[in-house]
Design a binder for this molecule. Structure first.
Ligand SMILES: *Cc1c(COP(=O)(O)O)cnc(C)c1O
Length: 383
């Protein structure tokens, strides 16, 4: 099944022939990645982290595809994201990682969202709301094991665990912590966090536990516990820095070639002329830029390579600065008939791993995905 998303500006749907770029999202590959990750931790349930609009791909199609495949638990960052996930997954458990926003308990209840309670203030507010409201309002308890971001301190966790009435009042049904360094398997903080989490679990022996993000799934099975929380690996990104990536590519970004021009040796290309042609060159200009979320840092200058695109599988380096709406590619070495007006160049996808592009821009695949703009034609394939 191939279908196009309701387009970016509802007032004026985007005619496919008028879009500069095409973003193809393979929901079949997404589902395959979810199954693959789950199979790496038999015995654990595999949830899906769909915050930031499903890592930029669109929360509704992502949640729809995964819940259709049997995923029963989702994690978002914000309550508004939770409400969007709820609309497509009426029966799923939906946790809000950033915690309980002050005064938002009624919104959480209305959409049956479960706050991941990250401080004693949040626990107090949620517990008070629960006792006033009555009914089944589950939550997770987040305990910090070394990241120093969200979560109770170990001392606060110990105090809560010693107060059975307070624990019951919180509605806790899940114990959560988060790795700071799982993308670097040898980092000593991983072992320390695992040891601390083991101690925390002993304080809450009845609660199922969740620690592993994508990279945590690739640590040993001691990191798996009861519930996996992969994000980036679902979307085909590399979870573990510097290792080969076993996930299937989910996202392909292509941009339309507007024209191909001859540039004589020595001429500059683009803003500030920071790249000068080292030889007589053929340069293709494509209709995507940083306003589409293709980060400006992926550009190049003479003496410093940037990212590359691919035309029919042939790599063509980005030359010069990424502009707001346009990028220049050096297609001099490509067969002449490939780079032509109206052909599409792949900016990332099966031929151009997003993590390689991100590395060339000094960032990570996560930032490219979550920056994806609204001017593309989005095409969803499968599952
Ligand atoms: C974002 C996030 C995840 C998912 O992390 P990935 O590295 O994308 O797999 C899991 N847990 C928490 C608390 C997060 O913030």
């Amino acid at each position: 099944m191939i279908f196009a998303l309701p387009e970016t500006s509802p007032a004026e749907p985007l005619d496919p022939s008028l879009a500069g770029g095409r973003l193809t999202i393979d929901l079949g590959a997404l589902v395959a990645n979810w199954r693959d990750l789950g199979a790496r931790a038999p015995g654990a349930e595999c949830a899906a982290v769909v915050k930031a609009d499903g890592y930029g791909l669109g929360i509704e199609p992502v949640v729809g595809a995964l819940s259709g495949a049997g995923c029963r638990t989702f994690f978002v960052a914000l309550p508004s994201e939770g409400a969007r996930a709820r609309a497509v997954a009426p029966h799923a458990a939906i946790y809000v990682l950033n915690g309980l926003f002050e005064g938002a308990a009624p919104f959480f209840a209305a959409h049956r969202l479960r706050p991941v309670l990250g401080s004693t203030d949040e626990i107090a507010e949620w517990s008070a709301f629960r006792s006033a409201q009555g009914g089944d309002l589950p939550a997770a308890i987040h305990v910090d094991t070394g990241m120093n971001r969200l979560g109770l301190s170990l001392a606060e966790a110990a105090e809560l665990s010693g107060d059975a009435a307070a624990l019951a009042a919180s509605g806790a049904v899940l114990l959560v912590s988060h790795f700071a360094c799982a993308d670097a398997p040898e980092h000593p903080l991983n072992a320390l966090q695992l040891a601390r989490f083991a101690a925390v679990r002993e304080l809450f022996p009845t609660l199922p536990a969740s620690l592993a993000n994508s990279a945590g799934i690739f640590l040993d099975k001691a990191a798996h516990h009861d519930l996996l929380r992969p994000g980036i690996a679902l979307y085909g990104g590399s979870a573990v820095a510097g290792s080969s990536n076993p996930m299937r590519a989910v996202v392909t970004l292509e941009a339309r070639i507007m024209l191909v021009r001859d540039v004589p040796a020595g001429d500059g290309v683009g803003y500030s002329a920071v790249w000068q042609a080292p030889r007589d060159s053929r340069i293709a200009i494509i209709s995507v830029g940083y306003a589409d979320g293709f980060l400006r840092a992926a550009g190049s200058q003479t003496g410093r390579a940037g990212a590359a695109a691919a035309v029919e599988g042939h790599l063509a380096p980005i030359v010069g600065r990424v502009s707001m709406d346009l990028i220049a590619l050096d297609v001099t070495d490509l067969p002449a008939d490939l780079a032509q007006r109206s052909a599409f160049a792949e900016l990332f996808g099966p031929n151009v791993p997003i993590d390689r592009t991100a590395a060339r821009a000094g960032t990570i695949g996560y930032e490219f995905l979550t920056s994806l703009g609204t001017r593309f034609r989005r095409v969803f394939i499968g599952p």
